[in-house]
Ligand binder design. Structure first.
Ligand code: SF4
Length: 262
């Protein structure tokens, strides 16, 4: 366990004055449960968008705080502004993430241009499986001059993919064999933060699945009633569902974790 990670107290992840959750790597379930409780407290009915936005900020902060120190991650990650080597993979996002990105796009001067890129990207990739899609090398519609134009609100999936070797990323994206050394801590924290958020959304009666980002954004950008309908409990992004993992199995796992008495 890395030195900067605070020890758990009473079997839970710790919080500081800013309500920032810190992972004790020997107690990931405690981290999940503490996050779940914090997210759940933000979702008092009737849920308003402001609550969801605060929840997302809390999730992003919790993630970034736990991967901030290279020593905790096993070294300095190679990802940096100007490298978009991996930004051609399928991106999965939850409904709040899609809705937040849609809001961000709506405020951009290039809104229509970006929306056109999203539609084009979806048209070229929808029938491809994740491997085919990566090898197709079609960059994400949010890349401009190798920078992500929605970087501050990028999904958890993008945050959780951190490489130690930029050249290995480029080789992998070109279809050449070889492992990309990635940060296990980023993957772990992303999974714990995202899953605890999904569990809290489920408990609040909101749709909580993962959706393909470009398909979800087209839905959100085409109909500005999406946000209100999602807040009312409708699964507005159902047609963009990513069903790699059964939702029933995920729900069962969430319930089992919540029932664990730590
Ligand atoms: S949303 Fe941003 S970080 Fe994620 S794949 Fe697209 S360009 Fe890359």
């Amino acid at each position: 366990m890395a030195a900067r990670l605070a020890p758990a107290q009473d079997g839970e992840a710790t919080t500081d004055a800013k309500d920032s959750f810190l992972l004790d790597q020997s107690n990931p379930l405690g981290f999940f449960k503490a996050l779940h409780r914090g997210f759940g407290a933000r979702l008092a009915a009737p849920v308003q968008w402001e609550q969801v936005q605060a929840l997302l900020q809390q999730a992003f902060d919790a993630f970034e705080r736990n991967v901030a120190e290279p020593a905790d991650c096993g070294g300095a990650v190679a990802c940096h502004g100007g490298c978009a080597a991996c930004c051609a993979i399928r991106v999965a996002a939850t409904a709040p993430e899609i809705l937040l990105i849609a809001r961000t796009i709506n405020d951009l001067p290039k809104r229509l241009e970006i929306e056109g890129k999203i539609i084009d990207a979806d048209r070229m990739t929808r029938r491809l499986d994740p491997q085919q899609r990566m090898l197709a090398g079609l960059v994400c519609p949010f890349i401009e001059q190798d920078l992500c134009v929605i970087y501050p609100v990028r999904p958890m999936a993008c945050r959780g993919h951190a490489s130690f070797d930029q050249r290995a990323c480029a080789e992998a994206m070109a279809g050449r064999a070889g492992d990309v050394p990635i940060s296990a801590l980023h993957l772990t924290v992303r999974s714990l933060v995202q899953n605890s958020m999904q569990s809290a959304l489920r408990d609040a009666g909101l749709s909580w699945a993962n959706y393909e980002l470009n398909q979800g954004l087209q839905i959100a950008l085409a109909d500005n009633s999406c946000e209100a309908r999602w807040l009312a409990g409708e699964d507005v992004f159902a047609s963009a569902l990513i069903a790699d993992v059964s939702l029933a199995e995920m729900a069962e796992t969430f319930d089992a974790i919540k029932a664990v008495d730590l």
